[in-house]
Design a protein around this ligand. Sequence first.
Ligand code: FES
Length: 163
Amino acid sequence: MPALYRKPSPPSDDKRWKIVETRMRRMGDRPAALIEALHAAQEAFGYLDEDALNYVGDTLGVPHSRVYGVATFYSFFTLKPQGAHTCVVCTGTACYINGAKEILNGLERRLGVRPKETTGDGRLSVLTARCLGACSLAPAVIVDGEVKGKVGAAELVAQLEAM
Ligand code: FES
């Protein structure tokens, strides 16, 4: 670890983070502990939200895109809220200025769904992330665990509508 490395602090002082922290430390706070750490967080909180995913990723040194990818790919992980399909829209600076806002607007207009919501028919959940670590692909999204870069809002919304 570089001398300046500072371990990220848990998202809140909820005691349950201690369990997650201990579990990650036991596995050496390494990227290989990702699945184990996500399990620990889900066991402790019942589901994984943005704060949990970012905290685990930052502690283990795993890019957020990978953390979201893993968490949305495996069906044993539960993100809140959860539809049959999941679209995580990155709203970090690079993605924001390159069209994330249009994507979110399009999703709301066409599918009536906003971040942290699931469509009425339960087909799609929309989540946001602060930065997926794929800024060169801005705007980036993760659909069902797969990172998609340089996405056009209209095209993406049409794809999601057809799923
Ligand atoms: S700002 Fe979106 S991937 Fe970095």
